[in-house]
Design a protein around this ligand. Structure first.
Ligand code: PMP
Length: 409
């Protein structure tokens, strides 16, 4: 029998099953209170509006174009609408600066494909979005920790110089600047400007993952990194080094699989070629349906999601305050879907999960998988997007009880 491993490419060795995706299956078990899956609440999907849009497209004379192949760049009316949305957040651009993709996960894959040769370095935060590591891994990079300007030591510079000597080169820094997955934290304007300084000094690109950017519940919005980059460079997106990755998954519905990337034209033109080779274009009908609904419902839809998730975040933070024992710390996100918990040193999130599932029936994601260097064993991610008030109170009471017993052990 053929030993498949013998003929897999070297990159396949870094493709491993995700602990997180395995955990998603637990959501289906009714006896588990789960804070694990980082998925939107389906009760908030604009199902009727989307359904009406499909009916209009299919019955109103657009069926043949909706079912036909279309351009790799993406459905033009959708890109036109995005130009208006980008302008609202300080990103003046044209349709030629936008490529529509099949979810923003595809943006990450394409950027890995476009920038990373084996041995090149990608700078990521510790922790970072696990799916970004999964996307980049296929291109066999080395990861180094993204360290803010001013905090970098001579060793950091030496390590990066050594990576270059080994034949690779540092290519980009990847960040989720707003309400990150997994920590929920947001980079300040100052941190974003420092990141741009660092990128300029190293002459690398910045990938700004904006998957959660619209989901702000309080505090002042911070300008996107791309907006700051444009403002610094004469107001012209063509002079920038930032690639802005956006998504309709958290605002409309992830099953539509539509995302986009905004950047200077030369890199978009190259990404169009990457897309042509990979899947020709994203679903025509899904792009048309989105273009049909967004002018009418986008603002109200985002407002609805914000109200619902804000209340869940507040309940989760209050329940953590009430139930967590001393020594446990957590983030207080101004938006997004996640709270990041740091346990006392020496505790292990994965071991805690095993015990929690057995004795307390509460699920969360252990934090280690989000760390490119395998650190972060004493961390965990809680997702509040699908949590009901009862579930939050009961879940945190159980987790608190378990942690107290573990800490006292
Ligand atoms: N980036 C981040 C930070 C995410 O959390 C996710 C989804 N979990 C994605 C990108 C990918 O989302 P999608 O492909 O649905 O746009």
């Amino acid at each position: 029998m053929l030993q498949w491993e013998n003929i897999f490419a070297s990159r396949a060795s870094r493709m491993k099953a995700s602990e997180i995706r395995e955990l998603l299956k637990l959501l289906e078990r009714p006896d588990i209170i789960s804070f694990a899956g980082g998925i939107p609440d389906p009760a908030l999907f604009p199902a009727e509006k989307v359904s009406a849009a499909y009916a209009k497209i299919m019955n109103g004379g657009a069926a043949s174009s909706a079912l036909q192949y279309s351009v790799s760049e993406g459905y033009r009316p959708l890109r036109e609408w995005l130009v208006g949305e980008m302008a609202k957040i300080g990103i003046p651009c044209t349709v030629d600066n936008i490529l529509i993709t099949s979810g923003s996960q595809q943006v990450l894959d394409y950027l890995g494909k476009l920038f990373l040769s084996p041995g090149d370095t990608a700078l990521v935060t510790w922790p970072t979005y696990f799916g970004a590591l999964q996307a980049f891994n296929a291109y066999e990079p080395v990861y180094d920790r993204l360290i803010p300007m001013g905090n970098r030591t001579p060793e950091d510079y030496q390590r990066q110089a050594a990576a270059v000597r080994d034949g690779g080169r540092v290519k980009f820094a990847y960040v989720t600047a707003d309400f990150s997955n997994p920590t929920g934290e947001t980079l300040s304007r100052q941190a974003r400007l420092h990141l741009l300084d660092l990128a300029a000094e190293m002459d690398i690109a910045v990938i700004e993952d904006a998957a959660y950017q619209s989901l702000r519940y309080d505090g002042e919005p911070v300008l996107p990194i791309l907006a700051l980059d444009i403002a610094r460079n004469g107001g012209d997106i063509e002079n920038t080094r930032t690639l802005y990755s956006g998504s309709f998954s958290k605002t409309l519905a992830p099953g539509l699989r539509v995302g986009f990337v905004v950047a200077a034209k030369p890199v978009i033109r190259k990404l169009v070629l990457v897309k042509q080779a990979a899947d020709l274009h994203s679903s025509t009908i899904n792009q048309m349906a989105i273009a049909e609904v967004v002018p009418d419902i986008f603002e109200e839809q985002v407002a609805k999601i914000r109200t619902a998730y804000r209340a869940r975040r507040d309940l989760l933070l209050a329940a953590l305050e009430k139930h967590m024992p001393q020594g446990v710390r957590w983030t207080r996100p101004e938006g997004g879907m996640f709270v990041w918990v740091t346990l006392p040193e020496g505790l292990d999130g994965a071991a805690l999960l095993a015990r929690s599932l057995e004795t307390e029936k509460v699920a969360f994601v252990p934090g280690q998988a989000f760390h490119a260097d395998g650190s972060g064993a004493n961390t965990l991610r809680l997702s509040f997007s699908c949590a009901s008030p009862d579930m939050i109170e009961e879940g945190m009471a159980r987790l608190g009880r378990l942690l107290r017993s573990v800490i006292l052990d």
